[in-house]
Design a protein around this ligand. Structure first.
Ligand code: SF4
Ligand code: SF4
Ligand code: FES
Length: 365
């Protein structure tokens, strides 16, 4: 049975010369229908000038990305009653996606940001040598690792939600980096090392992600872009030992070694050890480390003044009581001949409840 819902839509028409404004619309819909159905009803019955991009209405084409109650989502994939349940003040707030310029109302310029960034990562296969007479043969299991990034429908929801992009618009961003992994992980590609070098050396590349998880949370296809970025980092550091000018290699080494030693992060040692590729002594003599430590001095002083940090807390970092368990995990991983990137996005036949849950998380071991 149809119910009444209120949609509060952000309107903007650059040709009108007016600033953006909000307008409320009432729609009558079955609660199972989508927010997109509500927007299309407004266009049909009340205001044909409202602009939105859409096509399949089935979460396939990726064209109806908007922000609903502040969360980047596909309008066709969001039940209107769910959106109403999450609405503050009774109105479902619908606005264009973030981090991209608005063309009109709910339509953003995907070319200016999303597609430009995808082009930046050379989104096609660069095979080595002469092409085979017939098709390339790839073992099926070799493709499982890239299947998750192949599921991307380029809706731009992750781009819209990315906090790093908000601060640094030049960051390559979650969708384009997930696309980069699609080729880095493909055994047919012959440019893996060049691709990784390029993405590691770029100051707006793989080390510009701050692990905020926003892209994982909003992706309607479980691509888990942040996980693909972490894979790119592991390939760059673990497989090719790329010592980038962004100090990502040293930072990762310092981070893991501190966890192995203490079980939790020893913040005071992270910067110098990062500059010393894990070594505290080497790091303290690096000019870059000294410069960064001096730059962070005002923050440290503020922490000391407010009592959040004490000299004792900064210098003496206790080990976890069950630190042996953490070491055991490190030993277990080190005992393997090669690093396994198991993508649990796909589960094999007979996958039980446990495997299914892992697949929902879309993460590797
Ligand atoms: S995890 Fe990284 S890529 Fe994903 S939204 Fe956060 S900063 Fe952006
Ligand atoms: S990774 Fe997910 S959220 Fe990002 S563009 Fe692809 S499908 Fe959309
Ligand atoms: S209309 Fe195609 S994904 Fe929503």
């Amino acid at each position: 049975m149809a119910e009444t819902f209120t949609l509060k839509v952000r309107r903007f028409d650059p040709e009108s010369g007016q600033a953006a404004y909000w307008r409320d619309y009432g729609v009558e819909l079955d609660p199972e229908r989508s927010v997109l159905d509500g927007i299309l009803q407004i266009k049909d019955r009340e205001d044909a000038s409202l602009a939105i991009r859409c096509s399949c209405r089935a979460a396939i084409c990726g064209s109806c990305g908007v922000r609903i109650n502040g969360k980047s989502s596909l309008a066709c994939n969001t039940r209107i009653s769910d959106a109403a349940a999450n609405a503050r003040d009774g109105a479902i707030v619908v606005e264009p996606m973030g981090n991209m310029p608005v063309i009109k109302d709910l339509i953003v310029d995907m070319d200016a940001v999303h597609w430009k960034k995808v082009q930046r990562v050379v989104p096609w296969l660069l095979p080595e040598g002469e092409p085979p007479e017939r098709e390339y043969i790839v073992p099926a299991e070799a493709m499982i690792d890239v299947t998750q990034s192949m599921a991307c429908i380029h809706c731009g929801a992750c781009v819209s939600a990315c906090l790093s992009l908000e601060v640094d618009p030049d960051f390559i961003g979650p969708a384009a980096l997930a696309k980069a992994y699609r080729f880095v992980g493909d055994p047919r590609d012959g440019a893996t090392e060049q691709r990784l070098n390029d993405l590691a050396e770029d100051p707006h590349g793989i080390y510009d992600c701050t692990h905020c998880f926003a892209c994982i949370e909003v992706c309607p296809k479980d691509v888990a872009p942040m996980s693909q970025i972490m894979r790119l980092r592991r390939r760059a550091t673990g497989d090719y030992e790329i010592k980038d000018r962004n100090n990502g290699f040293g930072h990762e080494k310092a981070f893991t070694e501190l966890i192995e030693k203490y079980g939790t992060l020893h913040e005071a040692q992270l910067v110098p050890r990062s500059f010393g590729d894990g070594s505290l002594i080497k790091g303290q003599t690096e000019p870059g480390a000294v410069k960064q430590l001096l730059e962070s001095a005002p923050t440290a002083l503020r922490g000391l003044r407010s009592g959040k940090v004490t000299p004792k807390k900064a210098l003496i970092h206790p080990k976890l009581p069950d630190q042996d368990q953490v070491r055991r995990i490190f030993k277990e991983i080190d005992s393997k001949d090669e690093r396994l990137e198991l993508n649990l996005y796909i589960v094999g036949e007979g996958g039980g409840e446990e495997e299914g849950a892992a697949a929902e998380g879309g993460e590797e071991r």
